[in-house]
Design a protein around this ligand. Structure first.
Ligand code: AMP
Length: 189
């Protein structure tokens, strides 16, 4: 089994690259952000709880996202592997994910490195093209702060366990995809 975490700041290209890797390696793509937005769109009980948190760019409670991930791992018992996108976002979530996958294969981390000016540029552009409520300048800055404070420290956690692979996340989408594919092929050998 090949389990991967696509990691990086908001706007680093995680969703785009996860989608391409999913097709290439026949993985199951699990994006907590997308799953939460579906709940908001459905106006489910959960959707109502998380709606404002997402709109502010804060993190939804660990229990909620951990439960979503556990449900989807259990529901997809026969896949070749998972690619986690937007999860984990803090140490508690990272440890939870390891315990869920301990009997299968611990995930490796693919970290997309993109400088902050480029991130802001991409997110503002995406905000114009999509209808994401959190892609406006004020919330973008908050999401980048949340990333710096709560999520980025995970790089040390994974580095210490030699599970971190960093890739230059700037350039053409296809070019970045090929960098990731190259790294994954090296791992699989
Ligand atoms: P994303 O699509 O990954 O940028 O996520 C959009 C929003 O969903 C985030 O700003 C959070 O409010 C929420 N979210 C997504 N994944 C998580 C997570 N793992 N933990 C907490 N909140 C999350």
């Amino acid at each position: 089994m090949l389990n991967l975490i696509i990691f990086g700041a908001p706007g680093a290209g995680k969703g785009t690259q996860a989608q391409k890797l999913t097709e290439k390696f026949n993985l199951k793509h699990l994006s907590t952000g997308a799953l939460l937005r579906e709940e908001v769109a459905k106006e489910s009980q959960l959707g109502k709880i998380v709606k404002d948190v997402i709109a502010r760019g804060e993190l939804v409670g660990d229990e909620i996202v951990n439960q979503i991930i556990e449900d989807h791992i259990l529901k997809n018992g026969n896949v070749a592997g998972f690619i986690f996108d937007g999860y984990p976002r803090n140490l508690q979530q990272a440890k939870q994910l390891d315990s869920l996958l301990a009997a299968k294969a611990l995930p490796l981390i693919l970290n997309l490195e993109v400088n902050v000016e480029e991130l802001i540029k991409r997110l503002i552009l995406r905000g114009r093209e999509s209808n994401r409520v959190d892609d406006n300048e004020v919330v973008i800055r908050n999401r980048l702060n949340v990333y710096e404070q709560q999520t980025k420290p995970l790089l040390d956690f994974y580095q210490a366990q030699q599970r971190l692979i960093s890739v230059d996340g700037e350039g053409e989408i296809e070019e970045i995809h090929q960098r990731l594919v190259q790294k994954i092929k090296e791992i699989k050998q």
